[in-house]
Design a protein around this ligand. Structure first.
Ligand SMILES: [Ca+2]
Ligand SMILES: [Ca+2]
Length: 340
C-alpha cells in the first residue's frame, strides 16, 4: 500500500502540469500493481514474486527521484549549493557585517499532529536567541548568501503554505532583529502594483543579486511560472521582460500522452506564428502554454513543434479566467485544468 501511496503523491505533484515527473509511467505502474494484487492473495509463490516486483519498482522510483533531485540541483544555478542551509545544522556566519559571526539554523516545528512548519533561529554574538516562525509547511528550504555584496546576508526562507502555494521570505539580521525585505507583487491573479512582505513562489535560482521564483499562476490552466527579481536598494523588483515562463520540458518522454496541462482545441483557433503571420490551429489540436504576460498573450507549443501566440485577456465579465481571441476560454478548449 505504501507503494501506491508514493505513486499517488507523484501524480499529485504533477497536477499542475509542470511535468517534472512522467505521469504516464506512474499510471502504468499503478495498473501493474492492481493487476498483480489478486494473484498475491491466491498463491504464496506469486506473493514472493510480487514482493520482488514491488521492491524492484520501489528501488526504480527511488533512483528516479534521486536523479530528479540531482538534476534540479544542477539546474538550480551555481549559487544554490553554496548558499543552501541544511535543516538542523547550525551555520556560523557574519549576518550583519559587523565582523563577528552569528549562528544560523532552521528546523521543522510541529504545528499539530500532521503538520510542521519552518522556524529559523539566529543566535547573536551575545548568545541571545531570536526565533522566526513561519507558515511554511511543505517543500521548505533555506539559503543564506550576501546577494548584493553590501555585507548583510540575505536569508531566504522558501516553501509551501498550503497546497502548491509557495512563498519566499528574505530576512536581514540588523540591529539584533530579523526584518523582511519587500518584494514586487508577483502573486497569482492580477498583476499587482504594490510590494509584498514575501516573494511569490519557490526559489529556483540565485545568481548575484538576481533571484528566480516559481509559483502557481492561472493562465489557461494553473501552472508553475517563473519570474526573475533583483535586489536593489533594499527591495526585490522584477528584473526581466515581464514574462511568466513555465518550468517544463516538452521533449521529455511521454510528455504529450498524459499530461494534465495539455489543452485540446474544440474549435479552429486563430494565432500569430513566430514570423508574425496569422495562422490557425484546427479543432482537436493539442497544445501546451509555455509563457505569458497574464494580460495580453499566451505562447504555446504543439506536439508537432508549432510555436505560436494566442491573444488572451482576463475575463472581466466573469471575474476570473481568460478570454482567447475575445471568446471565453471554455468555448475554445475541451478541459482547462485550473486548480482551486
Ligand atoms: Ca555579525
Ligand atoms: Ca546583502
Amino acid at each position: 500500500m505504501t507503494f501506491e501511496t508514493d505513486l499517488e503523491i507523484m501524480r499529485t505533484r504533477s497536477a499542475h502540469g509542470d511535468n517534472r515527473l512522467d505521469t504516464r509511467s506512474s499510471c502504468k505502474k499503478r495498473i501493474t500493481v492492481e493487476r498483480f494484487a489478486p494473484h498475491a492473495r491466491l498463491n504464496n509463490i506469486y506473493t514472493d514474486e510480487v514482493e520482488v516486483l514491488y521492491m524492484k519498482k520501489l528501488i526504480t522510483i527511488l533512483l528516479i527521484s534521486t536523479l530528479l533531485t540531482a538534476f534540479a540541483m544542477a539546474d538550480a544555478g551555481d549559487m544554490l549549493p553554496d548558499a543552501i542551509v541544511m535543516r538542523g545544522i547550525a551555520v556560523s556566519m557574519d549576518l550583519d557585517g559587523d565582523g563577528k559571526e552569528e549562528t544560523l539554523r532552521w528546523d521543522l516545528v510541529d504545528v499539530d499532529e500532521y503538520t510542521s512548519s519552518l522556524t529559523l533561529t539566529v543566535v547573536d554574538t551575545e548568545g541571545t536567541q531570536i526565533n522566526y516562525p513561519t507558515e511554511l509547511i511543505g517543500g521548505q528550504a533555506v539559503y543564506a548568501t550576501d546577494m548584493d555584496g553590501d555585507g548583510v546576508v540575505e536569508i531566504l526562507l522558501t516553501g509551501d503554505i498550503a497546497s502548491d502555494d509557495y512563498y519566499t521570505t528574505c530576512l536581514h539580521f540588523v540591529g539584533g532583529t530579523l526584518a523582511s525585505v519587500p518584494f514586487a507583487d508577483g502573486n497569482r491573479g492580477d498583476n499587482g502594483s504594490d510590494y509584498m512582505a514575501e516573494g511569490y513562489g519557490m526559489v529556483m535560482d540565485i545568481s548575484g543579486n538576481a533571484l528566480s521564483l516559481s509559483g502557481s499562476q492561472d493562465i489557461l490552466g494553473t501552472w508553475f511560472a517563473t519570474r526573475i527579481y533583483a535586489l536593489v536598494d533594499g527591495r526585490f523588483d522584477f528584473a526581466d521582460d515581464g514574462e511568466w515562463v513555465r518550468v517544463t520540458d516538452t521533449n521529455e518522454s511521454g510528455f504529450w500522452e498524459d499530461n494534465y496541462g495539455v489543452l485540446t482545441t474544440t474549435t479552429p483557433l486563430d494565432y500569430t506564428a513566430v514570423d508574425g503571420s496569422a495562422a490557425q490551429l484546427p479543432e482537436g489540436a493539442r497544445l501546451m502554454i509555455v509563457a505569458s504576460d497574464k494580460q495580453s498573450y499566451a505562447r504555446f507549443i504543439t506536439p508537432e513543434g508549432i510555436i505560436g501566440t494566442l491573444t488572451i485577456a482576463p475575463n472581466k465579465d466573469k471575474g476570473w479566467g481568460m478570454t482567447v481571441n475575445g471568446i471565453d476560454e471554455n468555448s475554445c478548449f475541451e478541459y482547462i485544468p485550473y486548480a482551486d
